[in-house]
Ligand binder design. Structure first.
Ligand code: FES
Length: 135
């Protein structure tokens, strides 16, 4: 599933014009993002952290298909946070439901880096293995 959510305001993002990298933790997988190859997959906004991850073999849970209607695609942006436009109110509303929220938390399907710096993105444990989720 993919596409946009007609019930939320569109995200104002700027696609990158030059290559940059995203390193996904904890597995330390480095992805070179080539603006000419965007989008890499069909889930989430084009150029979003989610679509780049999925198109490069990095799994991030995305229960709603990347349309800002859940919080399962929550990631923590350890480096390069400033290169992503501020979260919309809709994203923040969904993020409020994510466990382990931090000031660097974002929904990966709504976060489109502008390519001005390299990113380090941590995929939280509950997104990597839902079976281990604590209740
Ligand atoms: S996948 Fe549901 S909000 Fe990102």
């Amino acid at each position: 599933m993919g596409g946009t959510n007609p019930y939320i305001k569109p995200v104002e993002s700027k696609l990158p014009t030059k290559s940059y990298t995203i390193t996904f933790l904890p597995d330390d997988v480095k992805v070179e993002v080539d603006p000419k190859k965007l989008p890499y997959s069909r889930e989430g906004l084009p150029g979003s952290i989610l679509e780049i991850a999925l198109g490069n073999g990095v799994d991030i849970d995305h229960a709603c298909g990347g349309v800002c209607a859940c919080s399962t695609c929550h990631v923590i942006v350890r480096k390069g946070f400033e290169s992503i436009p501020e979260a919309t109110e809709d994203e923040e509303d969904q993020l409020d439901n994510a466990p382990g929220l931090t000031p660097q938390s974002r929904l990966s399907c709504q976060s489109v880096p502008d390519g001005s710096m390299d990113l380090v993105v941590e995929i939280p444990t509950w997104n990597r293995n839902l079976v281990k989720e604590d209740h």
